[in-house]
Design a protein around this ligand. Structure first.
Ligand SMILES: [Zn+2]
Length: 286
């Protein structure tokens, strides 16, 4: 995004050009330097998709979920987040990570990092967990104050615990304005958040060996405060031995990274087309 700074820069260049051409030289700058100066009809380039925030869930004393083979969610998601960041940087995208090591990052810090980066997309990466060790598969969420179903609500409850009861309650209830603001922000970016969630889920379903559990909505506090399209991806059930094995394997991790990379590239293509004023073809419903 960084639209504000781009507008500021455009305005500044135009203003300086005008000042120089009218006061110092008393000649149009375009006469002195062909192509320079704020000629009539000049417009700033359209906003481009260029900044992605990758939020590796948990960290530090917050281990997240643990698999039967001993895998820790905080380690699995950090490894995959780093791989995804490297893949996106190769595509000339700027990537900001909310954590790059095994440290605890608060909800406020995560939100601040994302909003400060004025990113175009926020991807929170987690592994799922269930008491029933037979449950497996990938699912992608976008923000809503009401959950799609009880299972989705439980996922959000578990992930929100990471930020402590106080933080979760603070967002949802203690400060109702924050809750309302979160809902408004989520609503503003609802369409794009849903669009990315669908793409991520579709690529994860087709490129990994994991079962697709679909796109869902739930009240994740980490998605509530970010001022950009945002999704939370549960890249498999760490509590399922098959999913855990896949999440530990080089091949399984690579497939997840490629799937998310393709989803970001597809989202970027559509974002830039929209901002260029080009017609964006209808997205297949998955
Ligand atoms: Zn998690």
């Amino acid at each position: 995004m960084r639209l504000r700074s781009r507008i500021d820069t455009c305005w500044l260049v135009g203003f300086v050009g005008l000042l120089v051409s009218t006061t110092l030289f008393a000649l149009p700058l375009s006469v002195l330097i062909p192509g320079a100066g704020p000629a009539r009809g000049d417009t700033c380039p359209p906003d481009r998709f260029d900044v992605v925030v990758i939020d590796a869930g948990h960290g530090g004393e917050d281990e997240g979920a643990r698999g039967p083979g001993g895998s820790l969610e905080k380690e699995v998601v950090l490894g995959i987040s780093k791989q995804l960041a490297a893949a996106l940087r190769k595509r000339d995208l700027q990537v900001v990570m909310t954590r790059t090591d095994d440290s605890f990052v608060s909800l406020e810090q995560r939100t601040h990092i994302a909003n400060d980066a004025r990113a175009d997309l926020f991807i929170s990466i987690h592994t799922n967990a269930a008491r029933n060790a037979k449950i497996h598969g990938v699912e992608t969420f976008f923000m809503s104050l009401s959950a799609t179903d009880d299972a989705a609500a439980r996922v959000a409850e578990r992930e929100n615990e990471s930020f402590g009861t106080a933080a979760a309650i603070g967002v949802a209830a203690k400060d109702p304005l924050v809750g309302i603001l979160g809902d408004l922000i989520a609503t503003e970016h609802l369409h794009e958040s849903q669009e990315f969630a669908r793409m991520a889920q579709a690529y994860l379903a087709s490129l990994t060996a994991m079962e697709s559990r679909g796109v869902k909505q739930a009240p994740f506090v980490v998605l509530a405060g970010v001022q950009m399209p945002a999704s939370l991806v549960e890249i498999g059930f760490i509590t399922h031995s098959g999913d855990e094995k896949s999440l530990r394997s080089k091949k399984g991790r690579r497939a997840i990274v490629v799937a998310l990379e393709k989803a970001v590239a597809e989202f970027q293509r559509r974002y830039d087309a929209r901002h260029d004023g080009r017609v964006v073809p209808a997205q297949p419903r998955r």
